[in-house]
Structure formats: C-alpha cells, structure tokens
Design a protein around this ligand. Structure first.
Ligand code: HEC
Length: 200
C-alpha cells in the first residue's frame, strides 16, 4: 500500500511554535505584487520614486537606517506606517485601495523586525552582518534547505534553526517549524544538526 511520506513524518514530529524566516523576494514581493504593482513597478508606473519590482533598488535605496524601511525598526519605518494608516489618510497605501489584510501587514512587520533581508539565498555583505548579530533568526534565514531523515527512513527538506538539548529545530518552506528529538533522527541527520549548530 502506498503511504504518503510527508504527513507521516510530520505527524511523528512534535509541532512547535512558528518561526519566521522571511525575506523580500519570497515573502514580501508577492504581497507587493498583489496590492502595489499598478503604481510601484516598472511594468506599470513608478509613483513616488518607489519601484518595488527592482530588487537592487529596493535594497540600495529603500532599506537603511534613514530610509523608509529600517532594518530591525518597524516602528521607525515609514513603509509600514503608511500601510497601517486609516484609509482616509492622505498618506495611506495602497492609495485608493483597501487596507492590507492583517496577516500580510504582520508578515511585513516581522520581515522588517528580522532585518529586512532582500534575498536570504543571496545576502549582501551588510545583510550578512545584520544577520550575524541576531543568531537565532539570522541562522534560520541564511541556512539552505537540507534533507533530514528520520530513524525510520523518511525524509523532509528544511532549514536548520537551532539545537535545544537533544533535539533540533527545523523550519519548513511554508514557515512551520518542528522540534525533532535526536532519537527520532538517523545518525547522519544528528551529525548534520550538530555541525550546523557549530557553524554558528
Ligand atoms: C493607485 C496608486 C498607488 C498604489 C496602488 C500604491 N501607491 Fe504608494 N504611492 C503612490 C503615489 C502617487 C505616491 C507618491 C505620494 C506622494 O508623493 O504624495 C506613493 C508613495 C508611496 C510611498 C512613499 C515613498 C517615499 O519615498 O516617501 C510608499 C512607502 C508607498 N507609496 C508604498 C506603497 C505600498 C507598499 C503599496 C502597496 C501596498 C502602494 N504604495 C500602493 C501611489 C500608489
């Protein structure tokens, strides 16, 4: 009988709290595409000199200590502020549109809180520096997806997050995280967990 691999493996793991591993390209850009494209993309128009589809420009001109997106400082980020305004306010964004759903605003807020990294697969020097100052979130952001195999031979792709005692916390592509006791992993995966923890 065919049995689905993923659900079985996941069911055997302990579900723990969510961890945010967020970056612009994967998490924020889709929200921008949905709500801001008409006025802030090179495909259409670039209002307010803000081209949200130009990744390098976003990184170089919109993100920074004194720019509209301030890494680690959502409260000081005008970019977030305009999204939270009442839609009747003249600075409200998306202009002439409706407020973003709360969950999307939370994604953007957390993204800024975690350093407003543009592309975690390919971080710039200062992004790496920022990430190294915030080890737990930073490592999760920088890690590549690797394969984890359970002691009974089932495999998942996930990022290493951290060790806690004799267990490893991993983060799936959809953002869910799991803490897996070493006793449930094959020995190669246990070694991998220790190695990745040491690389920090
Ligand atoms: C219907 C057009 C329209 C849409 C849709 C829109 N904007 Fe804007 N946006 C503007 C205009 C026009 C300006 C320039 C405002 C000004 O100069 O008064 C602007 C300016 C801004 C600024 C200020 C830029 C700066 O440097 O001060 C931010 C931030 C911004 N928009 C974010 C967004 C985001 C994020 C979205 C999507 C959630 C969005 N906007 C959707 C029209 C729009």
């Amino acid at each position: 009988m065919m049995r689905p691999r993923m659900p079985l493996l996941l069911a055997s793991f302990l579900l723990s709290t969510q961890v945010q591993a967020l970056d612009y390209v994967e998490d924020v850009l889709p929200i921008m595409r949905e709500h801001c494209w008409k006025c802030h993309s090179n495909e259409n128009q670039v209002k307010g000199s803000l081209a949200l589809d130009d990744i390098d420009e976003v990184r170089d001109y919109q993100i920074g200590k004194y720019n509209i997106i301030r890494p680690g400082n959502p409260e000081g980020s005008n970019f977030l502020e305009v999204l939270k305004l009442d839609s009747s306010h003249s600075d409200f964004m998306p202009r002439k549109g409706e407020s973003l759903p709360e969950r999307q605003i939370t994604v953007i807020e957390n993204w800024i809180k975690l350093g407003a990294v543009v592309d975690s697969e390919n971080p710039a020097e200062d992004e790496k520096e920022w990430l190294s100052d915030t080890p737990t979130t930073g490592v999760a952001l920088l890690q590549k997806y690797v394969t984890w195999t359970s002691s009974d031979g089932k495999a998942v792709e996930a990022r290493f997050h951290s060790l806690s005692g004799e267990a490893v916390k991993i983060v799936m592509k959809d953002g869910r995280s799991f803490t897996i006791p070493f006793s449930r992993l094959d020995s190669d995966s246990v070694e991998q967990a220790k190695k990745l923890a040491g690389a920090r």
